[in-house]
Design a protein around this ligand. Sequence first.
Ligand code: LLP
Length: 427
Amino acid sequence: MTLPGSPQVAYRGDRLMLEGCAVTDLAASFGTPLYAYSRSAMLSALSAYQQALEGRDHLICYAVKANSSLAVLQTFAQAGCGFDIVSAGELSRVLAAGAQPSKVVFSGVGKTRAEMRQALDAGVMCFNVESEAELETLSSVATQAGLMARISLRVNPDVDAKTHPYISTGLKGNKFGIAHERAVAVYAHAAALPGIEVVGIDCHIGSQITEISPYLDAVDRVLDLVEAIEATGLRLHHLDLGGGLGITYTDEKPPSAGDLIGALLQRIEARGHGHRKLMFEPGRSLVGNAGVLVAEVLYLKPSDDHDGKNFCIVDAAMNDLMRPAMYEAWMRIVPCRLRDEAPVTYDVVGPVCESGDWLGRDRALAVHAGDHLAVLSAGAYGMSMASNYNTRGRAAEVMVSGAESWLIRERETPAELFRGEHLLPAR
Ligand code: LLP
């Protein structure tokens, strides 16, 4: 059986392999629920971007929110990647993982003064500023610190990314970015503020985008702005075109990073902007297909009547992987060891006390209690969105390279879950 997504996740005989490791062996060694990642899948996803931009001034800033585990960040930092962060927490993580601050951009609509100060002290490359009020605050924080904040404005190009409404960010009604019509005036204001140095322009139109055309629409709108802004005498050194490239969960056929960048470069060059530094902030497309969530089947609960639901209850739940519950996302679920039996249709659900706690609906599976299942393409927005709901410790994580595997995050223990909590004083 061939699987969509990454070639590093494939069956060898009846066993699901992640590179040279049988997923059942990983489950036996590290327990479940378990996130397991292929290091070479991550690196080859990154190098597709890097190769497409070879010979040009460019920087890929991995969007940390997709998967912020230290060993993932370390893998990318060692490969020369920069980072797109959205909080002081993410800043601390990338620094702990060995990132160069000069390759870090700070995005997000709600940066606090304290976060701005931390990022200024660390010496991040650029703040992607999302509102005029934020610009004023950043100017004040930088002036107080005696530092200069390099900025891009995140402009909202008002294009339809044709994706799920929750993850579409470049339309007028979204909370993100500065309206296209306001951008020239806000740039002029930025240039006049103390503590602010204008260095670039930024946009991000959404996530899980599977077509090239919304990117071309966005880049056209951004280049219109660049020309209008530079006509006022300002200079923009870099264009940051955001992230958002989709991956294959089921039958989506997103363009490759090479095809996307090729098309963008063609447009950028045709309009005479080929000399500019180009930046991208991919998250999902660097890590999504590299990861699986492994769960053990706890119980099979057949339906009472013949047209009802059969449930396959596993030990992973919505707290481990929010995407199905939150976006009704469809993620492929496969057995870690194939059985030569007729499949039965199940809803794959977790132990959390919510009807929304499901990982997959109406899935044909040949499984027994005690078997392991893998949710594929779970490397992005899986662990990074996990919670402790129902006081469930977060899953362990393992990184695989060839036949080697390393535990990169220990399973959370109950004591860790209430560390920092206090009982009321005895009376
Ligand atoms: N840059 C900015 C400013 C962003 O807001 C995002 C994602 C990215 C880059 C990375 O986008 P990516 O390449 O990963 O599509 N939790 C949702 C996805 C939310 C994306 C939010 N922004 C999901 O699980 O589908």
